[in-house]
Design a protein around this ligand. Structure first.
Ligand SMILES: Nc1ncnc2c1ncn2[C@@H]1O[C@H](COP(=O)(O)OP(=O)(O)OP(=O)(O)O)[C@@H](O)[C@H]1O
Ligand SMILES: [Mg+2]
Length: 341
């Protein structure tokens, strides 16, 4: 179902947790809110779910107004037909797996075909035969699957995830990431996912919404956010960034070249500081003359303290929004090619 958020905002005791925010979640798409701790991700999610009252703005679900401060509309959480999966799973410890999933359906007032719906949801997450177990008799990954089954058994218009994998260890997290993403896709669900883990966001999402300090800085596909960040914070928060001009111009590590391929290339002298072998390549940290440290990749090992020359073609430079490209080019006259080692 399409969800539209218009100008939703919230303060706690006079301190803004979320500035007025617009957001559109397209039917069947997986959208991720990505940002550091305290930027307002959970606050936004809870307001969409109906668990937190906004200070103002409007929310529409499939064209129907479910919240509006000015129209005094506030559809209660259980009537919004949204599923939620939380970080701590929030399973009822005194209820069996079956009862936990059934609870979700009852809370949404879906009583007809209850047993079939629970069985179907548990089959989807491969937990057949575990209906009578209690949460403490399950592994972390299995508990997470129960929480997921409970959220999707109601066939929600939207499923909201708040850092659902952060309680799991790294291996399980990756496994569950793939599993949850394919379940969401197979069921054709519209999903809003909250994380501060950029790898999670990049690998799962159709669209990423990058937030900082209660504000959306940029939204777009994972590719566009990585390849064309428009804000210095986005550039630094997602992937590795090498700054050519602080806060203005940046290049990604894989775009930095070890030899000149065009007369237009900019060249940078640098000293190798650290070399780490990561299997398919070397990751090399360097101190660039007059600039901050860079990270670049190489198929060959470099030597610490070695002086090197790096090249960047103008097309691979990401300019931050507001950076004036023409004056920047003038300030940085095309550097003469330095002697090639
Ligand atoms: N009930 C509350 N009362 C007072 N302040 C709150 C409340 N809930 C959230 N805040 C504040 O609002 C801001 C946003 O919090 P929120 O929980 O939305 O952040 P978050 O992005 O989910 O962070 P995290 O990644 O740590 O979960 C924070 O400064 C937080 O301290
Ligand atoms: Mg949170």
């Amino acid at each position: 179902m399409e969800i539209e958020i218009k100008g939703i905002h919230k303060s706690f005791a006079g301190t803004p947790a979320l500035l007025p925010t617009d957001l559109k979640l397209r039917q069947g798409e997986f959208t991720t809110l990505l940002g550091p701790s305290g930027c307002g991700k959970t606050t936004l999610l809870r307001m969409i779910a109906g668990l937190e009252q906004p200070d103002g703005g409007e929310i529409y679900s499939a064209g129907k107004c479910i919240y509006s401060a000015s129209k005094r509309t506030d559809v209660p959480a259980h009537k919004r037909q949204f599923g939620m999966v939380f970080q701590d799973f929030a399973l009822w410890p005194h209820m069996t797996v079956f009862e936990n999933v059934a609870f979700g359906l009852k809370a949404a007032k879906q009583y007809s075909g209850l047993k079939e719906k629970v069985t179907e949801a548990l089959a989807m997450v491969r937990l057949q035969g575990m209906e009578d177990r209690y949460p403490h008799q399950l592994s972390g990954g299995q508990q997470q699957r129960v929480a997921f089954a409970r959220a999707v058994a109601i066939r929600p218009a939207l499923v909201l995830f708040d850092e659902p994998l952060s309680a799991l260890d790294a291996v399980l997290r990756e496994e569950m990431r793939v599993e949850m993403m394919s379940l969401v896709k197979d069921m054709g669900l519209t999903a809003l996912y909250v994380t501060h883990d950029q790898i999670e966001a990049m690998s799962m999402s159709d669209e990423i919404v990058v937030m900082r300090k209660g504000e959306v800085l940029q939204r777009g596909t994972p590719e566009s956010i990585y390849k064309a960040p428009s804000h210095p914070f986005v550039a630094s928060f997602i992937g590795k960034s090498n700054w050519l001009e602080p806060e203005r111009a940046m290049v990604r590590p894989e775009q930095v070249k070890w030899s000149r391929t065009s007369d237009d290339d900019r060249s940078y002298a640098a000293t190798v500081r650290h070399v780490s072998y990561v299997g398919e390549r070397y990751e090399i940290r360097l101190q660039v003359d007059g600039l901050d440290e860079w990270t670049v990749y190489s198929s060959k090992r470099a030597t610490v303290q070695e002086r090197v020359e790096l090249y960047v073609s103008p097309e691979s430079i990401c300019w931050m929004q507001g950076a004036d490209i023409s004056s920047a080019v003038q300030q940085q006259p095309n550097l003469e090619p330095l002697a090639l080692g």
